[in-house]
Design a protein around this ligand. Structure first.
Ligand SMILES: NC(=O)c1ccc[n+]([C@@H]2O[C@H](COP(=O)([O-])OP(=O)(O)OC[C@H]3O[C@@H](n4cnc5c(N)ncnc54)[C@H](O)[C@@H]3O)[C@@H](O)[C@H]2O)c1
Length: 308
């Protein structure tokens, strides 16, 4: 992850200094970074100038030398709380007092990590997704101690380099991993129960409801479908599959109040009359464009057979 983020920062014209566990690993990391940028440029995904920027990334032999004059310290060591403590402690001891320090942790509580940082107001979670060069979304997870201006600065910084940050709370798995794993668990259950093969589940997810996800999230999608419809479907799912499909109180309340989604002008979100009219045609324009892209870039033909 660290290399991908370094490539992304460098391509955006940011001055980057890289370090790894040993000088030898740092040297290898720099070589891999340049190869990676070269591969992307050769595939036509990056401008040639980005390779030069990757080549210009500096290295340092230890944490102190890396962060001594940093504005932003990005920590991406393995997911081990003891190692995070050691590295975040070293970063906060050596970085300038006003440097912002972020951790790319996927699962460790940000509040726990903030205790390893001196002046924790400058510390925050910054969770990227693989591959970091191309995935736009980044979760920003403030700790209780994080200064609001640090959160604002990180959001602006990420937007300025073309990312789409979302500020989320410090719960288990934050937001993305929690939702992604709920989907994954049901996918595995469908296979275990013999409803579909892994390939068929992948096809259904990708081509049915997943087809919408580049443009709409679960709230926009359920508002468009109708929250009353969702409530009915959830009641049937609960009947067959148990309590985990119980319709949430907030959904039942919206339906009771007649706020059934776009058709009523409000659901989880609010829609002006103009938005109600525009939404469907704008949706269809995007779906048609996506179908065109999929025709140009057919599904990756990899993975067959198997199953648990
Ligand atoms: N792999 C993913 O898809 C992914 C996605 C989001 C977030 N993350 C998070 O990013 C972090 C890194 O994950 P990864 O998959 O890139 O791990 P990785 O094992 O591929 O890379 C970790 C790097 O840290 C280096 N390292 C180990 N000890 C070090 C030390 N003492 N000082 C400096 N560098 C040291 C390793 O040599 C290695 O280069 C973790 O917190 C992980 O949860 C990973």
């Amino acid at each position: 992850m660290g290399l991908g983020v370094a490539e992304c920062f460098a391509a955006a014209g940011i001055e980057v200094i890289l370090t790894d566990a040993t000088p030898e690993l740092t040297r290898e990391a720099k070589e891999r970074l340049v190869r990676r940028a070269r591969g992307h440029a050769d595939a036509g995904l990056l401008a040639e100038s980005a390779v030069g920027r990757a080549e210009a990334v500096e290295t340092a032999d230890d944490v102190a030398g890396t962060v001594a004059s940093a504005d932003l310290v990005f920590e991406a060591v393995p997911e081990d709380i003891g190692l995070k403590q050691e590295i975040l402690g070293a970063c906060s001891a050596a970085a300038p007092r006003d440097a912002v320090i972020v951790s790319n942790t996927s699962s460790l509580p940000i509040n726990d990590l903030s205790e390893f940082v001196g002046w924790p107001g400058r510390f925050c979670g910054m969770h990227w997704f693989n591959p970091p060069e191309w995935t736009p979304g980044v979760e920003i997870i403030p700790a209780a101690a994080t200064a609001p201006e640090v959160v604002g600065w990180l959001v602006e910084f990420l937007r300025a380099i073309g990312k789409r940050p979302a500020v989320v709370g410090d719960g288990p798995g934050f937001v993305a991993n929690r939702i992604q794993n709920a989907l994954f668990l049901e996918a595995v259950r469908c296979v275990e129960e013999g409803l579909a093969s892994p390939q068929e589940v992948d096809e259904v997810v990708r081509s049915c409801f997943g087809f919408r996800l580049p443009f709409f999230g679960p709230f926009q999608i359920s508002d468009m479908a109708g929250l009353d419809v969702y409530e009915n479907v959830l009641d049937v799912l609960k009947e067959g599959l148990g309590e985990r499909f119980e319709a949430p109180q907030s959904l039942r309340k919206l339906v009771e109040e007649g706020r059934t989604g776009t058709k009523s002008g409000a659901g989880f979100l609010q829609y002006t009359e103009d938005e109600q009219e525009r939404l469907l045609i704008e949706r269809d324009r995007r779906y048609a464009a996506l179908n065109g892209l999929l025709a140009d870039l057919p599904p990756v033909d990899a993975g067959s057979g198997g199953g648990p």
